[in-house]
Structures are given as C-alpha cells and as structure tokens.
Design a binder for this molecule. Structure first.
Ligand code: F6P
Length: 486
C-alpha cells in the first residue's frame, strides 16, 4: 500500500507510520471484522446508528449538494435541508447596516463556526464582510462582556445557537444580551428583530420569545459536534457570503463521496483511523497530538478534541461490554508555536505520542515576505516529523532523541472554505470508523450529564446559603461554607 493517498483535494502521507504491507492487511481485516464498512453504509442509508438516542446521524445530507435523495425512514430529508439553505442565503442579504453579530453557543454549537470563521478571516481578512462576529461560549460573563464592549446595540444581532435550546451557558448568555438590548432602549419590535435562533428545538426557541421567521431549524438526526454544516454554520455565510458556505459544504461533500465509494485500502478516513489503531496496538499510546502548521487552523485541535473525546471517551461499548482501549487524550495547537512548549515531551518523553501534522502548500498571507515565512513554516513541520521518526544518537544519552515516534502528514493545497470542508469531513468519517472499531456509539455523550445535574443544587446553595440542599457531599459543602463566609 502506498503511504500517499489523495481525496477531495487533500493528501494523506502515512510514510512515518512505518506500517508494513502485512500490518496494513491486518488492520484492514480488523476494520472489516469490526464492521467499519457496514457502519459507513448505515451512515449514508440514514439508519439508526445513534442507538442510545434511537436516531440516525445523517450529517452528510447537510452538504449533499447533488440533491440526490437521502432517506430517514423512507422520507427524503433533502427538501427540508434546501429550504434552510434558501432561508440562510436570504438572511445574509438582509443584513444591511448590521455591524456586529454576537454568536452564542457552546461545544458543537460553537467550535465549528468559530474555527471556520477564524481560519477564513486569518487567510483573507479583506474578503469577509465588514460585520464583526463575536463568538461567546463561556458562562463566565467576562467573555460576553468583552464582546458587548465592542458591539453597537442598535446595529447588533444576537445569534443563539443551541441544538436543545436548554444549554445553561447559552441560555444564560442570551438572557444577558437581551437585557443589554433593553438597557440600551431597544423597542420591543427592534428587540424581536435582533434575536435569532438556530436550533433543533423550535418550540423552545419560540417559548423563549424568538419569532418564527428568525428561527433557523435543524434536526435531531444532526449530532451537535457534526452540526457545522447545518444552520449552525450561519456565521460563516454571514461573514464570508453564502457562496463561501457552499464551497465549505462542497469540500465536505467531495470527502463524503470518497468515503462512501472508495475501497477500504484507498479510503482516506479509514486509513487515517487505522494509523491510530496501529499506534494503540504497537505502542499502547494514550495521547495523540494534532498540530496544524497554519495559524488559521489554531482552533482545529479543540474542535477535534470534542469530536474525538466526546464521541469516544467511553468505556462501555454498544453491546454493554467493556470496550478495548478507546479514545486517547487529544490535544494540540498550531505549529511552530507548539515546538516551543510540549514538543520536548514528544521527542524525549517517556510516552509515545503520535502526531497528525497538517500543512498547507500555499503561503497564508498577502505580506510581501509571505513566501519566506512559509518556507520556514514548512521546513519546521517536515523537520519535526523527521526528528520524531528517526531521532538522533548524540555523545550522551541526555541529548539523544530515541526516534521511532510515528506521525501522519495531511496536506491542503490552500487554506480555503472548500479544503476546510474536506478536512473536517475527513476527521468526522475517521471518527465513525474508530467508533465502529471500538464498538462505541460515536453520537451520544451520557458522561456529561452527571456534572450538569450536580451543578443545580450547588447553584441553589450559592443563591440561598441558609437553605439545606440535597445532593451536595461533605467536601463540596465545606467549600461552599468557606465561599459564603468570606
Ligand atoms: O455538554 C455537551 C453538549 O451536549 C454537546 O454535545 C453539545 O455540542 C453542547 O453540549 C451544546 O449543546 P446545545 O447545542 O444543545 O446547546
């Protein structure tokens, strides 16, 4: 098998994995045995692959620009998808005079649009509309305060993005923005125009006071962390135009077609997944670094952290049995900055931590010196991969690097909407393959509920320190006592 494979404009180079043909064959057999290819088919067929929530996960329909029918329970979802595209496109053209959009949302309702808007802005700042986007996720009011300080109330819209429309951070932030509008004397009719919702829970958005025409729906068959392709991606269309959003969808669609149709031994998402399985099997790896050598991709590690660790940070498999080792810790940051922090550990630490290097062939700014900068950037990227793989033997052990540390290299020809689409879809499909191999449901996150539940009585106790609250243990109670006695 060739270590180089191209699809949807991307090239994956697995040469520094040092996987020999027999090992590739074993890995491909494992993928077959564990049903990775059946899962792929079930995904595109709209089958119920999110078993715990009894839903399909049909995010490829959201970027199905071919408009070929995509069915759930015999119903084609494409007409509804198209309706939302039309509504998004019309909305983008109506924003004349708007200076600021406060984009509220968290997790899957934040990382995708935040990453894509940042990436496109970094590369072509002048191509975006002059509207300022302010992404706010944290319930810490500091993030919101910073955004509000830059916005002009009369020409600001707030975009409340939440699949469930119940997420505490997003709803709290939305209420505060509405109060801010009121404090700036917006009339009820101005206020109505100013609040926009993107949600799969249309009724909850209406109950919150959002008018129907300002609600952009999506559907329960779209997982939160797979939702950037839905109206969750509206900030991308607002800032860079609906055609840029379509380019983003087109890149993902091209990757979908490749994933759906390519044979296993040439299938980029599957092969990328198998390199991780190989690293687990041969080195017992517990962590994986994602290092894009592109400032514009600086949020990719966080986006991928949610995609991987919320999907696969699990112990119990679909059939109730304890699964093999599952998701490693995913971390990372833009190169070359990362070389000056945790790369020491990658080279000489006691754990083997494989790396996905991501690099872009074209320079990413319009500065006259961009080409020289880019040569330095690429040289460093290639050198790090070589150093990790081959190591070095120095006079003393202290300075030596052991080598034998695997990495992948993913090339984008240029950083634009199309290739961002194909890159994100590549990792989504890799996640599907990993979920199949680990026998996990990649589309739920039951583990995040406990903490949310426990926060409620604690919040009550903070509000009413005199009242006895149930469900607070002795250590937390002591912390509350300390806090409320200061
Ligand atoms: O807390 C986890 C989570 O449910 C994520 O899966 C999701 O992306 C995020 O919260 C936000 O959820 P929502 O879009 O419903 O506000």
């Amino acid at each position: 098998m060739l270590p180089l494979i191209s699809a949807a404009g991307l090239t994956l180079d697995t040469a520094y994995q040092q996987i020999n043909p027999a090992q590739w064959q074993d890995l491909l057999s494992l993928a077959h045995e564990r049903g990775a290819l059946d899962k792929r088919q079930a995904l595109f067929a709209g089958q119920t692959i999110n078993h715990s929530e009894q839903r399909a996960a049909l995010h490829p329909a959201l970027r199905n620009l071919s408009m070929q029918p995509m069915l759930i329970d015999g119903t084609d979802v494409m007409p509804e998808v198209k309706q939302v595209w039309q509504k998004m496109s019309a909305f983008c053209n109506q924003l004349i005079g708007i200076t600021d959009i406060i984009c509220l949302g968290i997790g899957g309702s934040d990382w995708g649009p935040r990453l894509v808007c940042d990436a496109l802005y970094q590369v072509r700042p002048k191509e975006g509309k002059s509207i300022r986007l302010h992404f706010v996720a944290n319930v810490d009011s500091a993030e919101l305060a910073t955004a509000l300080a830059k916005a002009q109330p009369n020409s600001t819209r707030v975009l409340v993005t939440s699949k469930t429309f119940t997420t505490l951070e997003t709803i709290r932030n939305a209420r505060t923005v509405i109060n801010w509008f009121k404090q700036h004397q917006l009339t009820p009719s101005q206020l109505k125009k100013s609040v926009i919702a993107v949600t799969a829970n249309v009724q909850a958005a209406k109950d919150f006071g959002v008018t129907e025409e300002n609600i952009f729906p999506f559907w329960d068959w779209v997982g939160g962390r797979f939702s950037v392709w839905s109206a969750v991606g509206l900030p991308i269309a607002i800032k860079f135009g609906f055609s840029a959003f379509e380019d983003f969808l087109a890149g993902a669609h091209a990757m979908d077609l490749h994933f759906r149709d390519a044979p296993a031994h040439e299938n980029m998402p599957l092969l990328l997944a198998l390199t991780l399985i190989h690293n687990q099997r041969t080195h017992g790896i517990q962590a994986k670094a994602i290092v894009p050598y592109a400032h514009g991709l600086r949020f990719l590690p966080e986006w991928l952290q949610q995609l991987e660790m919320e999907s696969h940070g699990k112990t119990i498999g679909i059939d109730g049995s304890v699964s093999d080792p599952t998701s490693p810790v995913v971390f990372g940051s833009a190169g070359s900055n990362s070389q000056h922090s945790y790369f020491q550990m990658l080279h000489q630490g006691q754990q083997i931590i494989p790396v996905d290097f991501i690099a872009v062939r074209e320079p990413m700014s319009q500065l006259s010196e961009a080409a020289e900068h880019h040569q330095l950037l690429i040289a460093n990227c290639l050198a790090q991969a070589q150093a990790l793989a081959n190591g070095s033997e120095e006079k003393n052990a202290y300075d030596s690097c052991p080598g034998g540390r695997p990495s992948n290299l993913i090339w984008l020809p240029r950083l634009d909407a199309y290739h961002l689409g194909s890159l994100l879809a590549l990792y989504e499909h890799r996640a599907l393959c990993l979920g199949a191999i680990w026998n996990l449901n990649s589309f739920d996150q039951p583990g995040v509920e406990l903490g949310k539940r426990l926060a409620k009585p604690i919040q009550e106790a903070l509000k009413n320190p005199q009242q006895v609250s149930e469900g607070i243990d002795a250590i937390t109670q002591a912390r509350l006592n300390w806090l409320t006695q200061q």
